[in-house]
Unconditional design. Structure first.
Length: 311
């Protein structure tokens, strides 16, 4: 039994395909299949049910793969011990981030990190919260940037900042005449929401408390884009809620449609999350430092703020 064989079965489990797993491992499909078969023969068990599509692990196979992930994670710690002794930050960091954070945070973070650490390779994907958690547990990504708390014993959370939600209202809304707003003000409003699967949708619903009178329910528009929500209010009236960092992209006319909440303001807690066995701590600390350097001081403190739950 070899570490390479363990890497191959983990890859097949992750991508549920021998072809895709071979591509990710940079080997031919016959080579990968042969090594998996050798491991099965050595252990005298079937790890995968090849009759199913996508390929799925057998009951005993699932247990073997889970242990293989632990072995590979422990093995990687040896390299990390050496890496932590070196001055330079080098290697590969795979990041998952939710779409309602990515465009307002990552461009400057990426530019700064690549400038400071030329030997660092960043691989970044935009995923929903559910996908980020799954990919952390399966080892597809190293860390995630998303709204918390997640309440998951397998995930470690490092809160970074607290981002205020604000109302974005059309000129025809009753809220347009208000200087500040309260959560109850949205009960009679037409509210534009992100589609199912986005944690910000759940948070907005929690803030608004009731959407039973939402007249826009007759129209279903599925979007994962904050920019689309803004455009919908601009063209079709109604209201929506926006995260604070998105305000930097608004023009003067649009900023006039922004309404802040009365204290305590509803906020979302944004955290850097990893699997509990994560080992690339030096890279993670560098990423955390770059994010915190770009975040306004007032957003790092949660005092007089109401953290909105995800469910």
């Amino acid at each position: 039994m070899t570490l390479v064989q363990l890497e191959y079965i983990v890859a097949v489990d992750t991508y549920r395909s021998f072809v895709s797993a071979a591509e990710k491992c940079f080997v031919t499909q016959p080579t990968l299949s042969m090594q998996v078969q050798k491991l099965e023969e050595f252990l005298n068990v079937k790890i995968f049910d090849r009759s199913k599509q996508p390929v799925t692990p057998t009951e005993i196979g699932s247990q073997i793969i889970e242990q293989a992930r632990i072995v590979l994670q422990e093995n990687s710690k040896i390299k990390e011990i050496i890496s932590n002794q070196e001055q330079d930050i080098t290697g590969e960091l795979k990041i998952g981030i939710i779409p309602t954070i990515a465009p307002y945070l990552l461009p400057e973070v990426i530019a700064s990190m690549l400038g400071k650490y030329p030997e660092l390779k960043l691989l970044i994907w935009e995923y929903t919260t559910e996908d980020i958690i799954h990919h952390l547990k399966t080892g597809v990504i190293d860390c995630g940037i998303l709204a918390t708390p997640l309440v998951d014993a397998n995930i470690a959370e490092q809160p970074l900042y607290y981002e205020t939600f604000v109302g974005y209202v059309s000129k025809n809304s009753k809220l347009y005449k208000k200087k500040t707003i309260d959560t109850e003000d949205f009960e009679e409003e037409n509210i534009w929401l992100l589609n199912e699967g986005h944690c910000m949708r759940s948070q907005v619903l929690n803030i608004c408390r009731s959407t039973k009178n939402n007249k826009l329910q007759a129209l279903t528009y599925n979007t994962g884009s904050v920019e689309t929500l803004i455009r919908m209010v601009d063209v079709n009236d109604g209201t929506t809620l926006l995260p604070e960092l998105s305000l930097h992209d608004l023009n003067t006319k649009q900023l006039n449609k922004v309404r802040y909440f009365k204290s305590p303001e509803p906020v979302r807690e944004i955290s850097l999350v990893t699997h509990k066995s994560f080992v690339k701590k030096k890279m993670l600390n560098a990423l955390k430092e770059e994010i915190l350097a770009l975040i306004p001081k007032g957003m790092k403190n949660r005092k007089k703020k109401d953290v909105v739950g995800l469910s």
